[in-house]
Every structure is written in structure tokens, then in C-alpha cells.
Design a protein around this ligand. Structure first.
Ligand code: SAM
Ligand code: SF4
Ligand code: SF4
Length: 358
């Protein structure tokens, strides 16, 4: 069942330099991006992702032997790059809790076909390691920062975050050339939406790109309610009153953020509007959890266990065939089909965000 060919070659007579046929899923979407979650643990407890009440001191995270080794991660990354993945992002949990992450970056950065290697972090541990990350071959970082107000930031990190450390991390990443840096802001009504303009003001003109993300119904543990979502169009209207903006095009097909630039030349910002303006039609992302499950959607209820295949001796061709088979069957479009009244009841089994990293 895993032997569907991923490339089709014509005979030399027909075509002297055959091009591989790009792998496309059931909805004609290529596999361009791979997000790799290094571990499921985190030093924060953001209530929209890992609420403390659920992820308490007794919570059992993956044990070391349950997580993929670097050798296993590199094998999956290499197989994916052979199937057309050119963008790889390391994430978590909190990827910088992995003290050896630079060793892994060095190995992924040199894989043929990998053109873009990025990492998403909450920024708390970033400042001391930013330069080493860049030297290892990391190209860009995305840093999550929900508020510049110390108290709101503290609440949104589950009482664990230190705003100054995150700001120092952003500065160090900028100095290390890990840009263009993006700042992810999850916007929740009556929690941090009033601080959005302050965040934009802080980063305007710096080259750092703020992206305002609608609070999503990922997983089943964050108590998502539609009335906690601030639709991006509402935020845009508020922002436009302060700074005129104009829409700009995508950097590449499959980019999820809708980009805007300040008319006064102070740079760009963006919206990720999974709830009010889903973008499944372009979604080219595969996600690998720390225990080696491959998910084809952020809202998937199950993944395919690659760890078992890897540990049972699958060779590179077999691994490639497994990935091919998974992708060919992919028909996910959760956000386009979402019914908020059902999502609010959290009855559908969905993978948790901290396991696959957004
Ligand atoms: N710990 C790292 C961090 O926070 O940047 C990486 C993993 S985190 C799961 C990746 C991204 O997912 C973060 O930018 C976070 O804000 C976002 N995220 C988590 N839960 C979310 C939710 N319910 N809705 C929207 N974005 C969410
Ligand atoms: Fe941790 Fe990131 Fe989730 Fe916050 S969003 S709890 S920092 S994994
Ligand atoms: Fe992609 Fe699934 Fe999100 Fe749609 S809902 S954009 S398929 S991850």
C-alpha cells in the first residue's frame, strides 16, 4: 500500500531532462513545509495552549526514549526534502529546552533541498543561544509574545514568563541575523486585544514583523470559545484608524499570513485568521510530533506512527514511500469545515498544539 511512485520519469526519447512530478495531496496541495516538534515540554503554561490546571506537576510528558532521536529526525527530514519539502521549522513545546538543538540544526541545515530553516520559540531562553543558533545554520526565528504589559504577559504565559528575557531574546536574535524576525501574537478578547496597538508601535520601523493570530480551537484542553476570538477584520479596522495600511501579496504560495504594510513606510505586519478566513486551500504543511507521529493537519485526530517504522528498520526508500502514501491520501480542511458551535464543546478528538507546535 505504500508503493505509489512519487516521481514519474518519461523515457529519454520523450524528455532528455525529466522533472520529478511534484507530490500533491487529494486536494492538489504540495508538501512544502515540515514542522518538527522536538519535545512536548514547555517552560510556560500559556492558558490557550497548556493550561496549568491540565499540565500540572504530575502531568506525564514523553520520556526520552519515546522521543525521536536526532538520527531519526534527520532521516524523516531528509525523506521529506526528497519529496519536495524545502521549508523546515523546529518547534515544540519549547524547542530551546533541548540543550543540544544546535547539533540538530547543523545536520538539517545541510540537507539538500532545505532552503529555509526556522525555529519558533517563546523567547525566554533565546538571548544566550541566539548567536550559536545562527552559526549552526538556523536562518530565522519566530518569537511568541502576546503583550508588552508585564502583568498581561505574565498571565498569558501561565505565570512563568519574564517579559524582559523575551525582549532580550528578540534583540539577540536580531543582532545574530536570525531574521526577518516574526513575532506571533495570539489575540484573545478582553485579555490582550487592547495591547495590540502597543505591540505594533513597538516593532514598527524595526524590520520585525508582528503577526496577529486568531485564538484557535486547537486540541481539547484550552476551553476555546468563539466569543474569545477577535476577528482579524476588527483588528485591522482598529489599526487602520491609527496607521493607514495596504494589503500586500504573498511571499510564496501557501503562506498563511495575510500581509499588510504601513503606508508611511514603517514596514509590514500580518494576520493569521484560521477562524474567520481559513486558508486550507493552500496548506502545504506536514507536522512531526516529538514521538514520531506525522500529522497532516493542525486539527487532526490522529497521526501516522513513523517511529515504529524507523525502529523496525525501514530504509530510506520505505520511509519515503510511507510519507508519499500519507500525503497522497491527505484531504484535511478542518478550518474550512469548522462549526464553532461544535468546536466549543470540544468533543472531537484533536491533537494538542503543544505536541505539534503550531
Ligand atoms: N513554545 C513555542 C512558542 O510558543 O513559540 C513553540 C510552540 S507554540 C505551540 C507555537 C505557536 O502556537 C506559538 O506562537 C503560540 O502562540 C501558538 N499557539 C498555541 N496555542 C494557540 C491557540 N490556541 N491559538 C492560536 N495560536 C496558538
Ligand atoms: Fe509553551 Fe509555546 Fe504552548 Fe506557550 S504556546 S505553552 S510557550 S508551547
Ligand atoms: Fe492546514 Fe488543517 Fe489548518 Fe486547514 S485546518 S490550514 S488543512 S492545518
Amino acid at each position: 500500500m505504500h508503493n505509489t511512485p512519487m516521481t514519474m520519469r518519461s523515457s529519454p526519447d520523450e524528455n532528455p531532462s525529466p522533472q520529478p512530478t511534484p507530490l500533491a495531496d487529494a486536494l492538489h496541495r504540495p508538501m512544502h513545509d515540515l514542522r518538527i516538534s522536538l519535545l512536548d515540554q514547555c517552560n510556560f503554561r500559556c492558558p490557550y495552549c497548556m493550561p496549568e490546571a491540565e499540565f500540572h506537576s504530575e502531568y506525564e510528558f514523553l520520556k526520552r526514549q519515546q522521543r525521536l532521536t536526532y538520527d531519526e529526525i534527520v532521516r524523516v527530514a531528509r525523506a521529506a526534502s526528497r519529496l519536495g519539502v524545502s521549508k523546515i521549522r523546529l518547534t515544540g513545546g519549547e524547542p530551546l529546552l533541548d540543550k543540544n538543538v544546535c547539533d540538530l540544526i547543523e545536520r538539517i541545515a545541510v540537507l539538500p533541498g532545505v532552503e529555509d530553516l526556522a525555529l519558533t520559540t517563546n523567547g525566554a531562553l533565546l538571548a544566550p543561544i541566539a548567536e550559536k543558533l545562527a552559526l549552526a545554520g538556523l536562518q530565522r526565528v519566530t518569537i511568541s509574545l502576546d503583550s508588552l504589559d508585564k502583568e498581561i504577559f505574565r498571565i498569558m504565559s501561565g505565570g512563568r514568563g519574564d517579559l524582559d528575557a523575551v525582549l532580550a531574546g528578540i534583540k539577540a536574535a536580531d543582532a545574530a541575523g536570525l531574521g526577518p524576525i516574526k513575532i506571533n501574537v495570539v489575540v484573545q478578547k478582553s485579555v490582550n486585544d487592547d495591547g495590540v496597538l502597543d505591540l505594533l508601535e513597538h516593532f514598527r520601523g524595526t524590520g520585525i514583523i508582528v503577526r496577529l493570530i486568531e485564538f484557535m480551537d486547537v486540541g481539547n484542553r484550552n476551553g476555546w470559545r468563539l466569543n474569545q476570538v477577535v476577528p482579524s477584520r476588527e483588528l485591522l479596522a482598529r489599526i487602520q484608524k491609527r496607521w493607514p495600511m495596504r494589503a500586500i501579496g504573498k511571499n510564496y504560495p501557501g503562506e498563511v499570513a495575510r500581509r499588510y504594510e504601513y503606508v508611511d513606510g514603517a514596514g509590514e505586519m500580518g494576520f493569521i485568521s484560521s477562524v474567520t478566513a481559513p486558508f486550507c486551500g493552500d496548506c502545504s504543511r506536514a507536522r512531526l510530533s516529538a514521538d514520531g507521529k506525522l500529522y497532516t493537519c493542525l486539527f487532526a485526530n490522529q497521526g501516522t506512527d513513523l517511529r515504529e517504522s524507523l525502529r523496525n528498520g525501514a530504509d530510506d526508500d520505505e520511509l519515503q514511500q510511507i510519507l508519499t502514501s500519507i500525503w497522497l491520501q491527505r484531504a484535511d480542511r478542518y478550518s474550512e469545515l469548522r462549526r464553532p458551535e461544535i468546536a466549543e464543546h470540544h468533543v472531537l478528538q484533536k491533537v494538542e498544539m503543544y505536541r505539534i507546535g503550531g
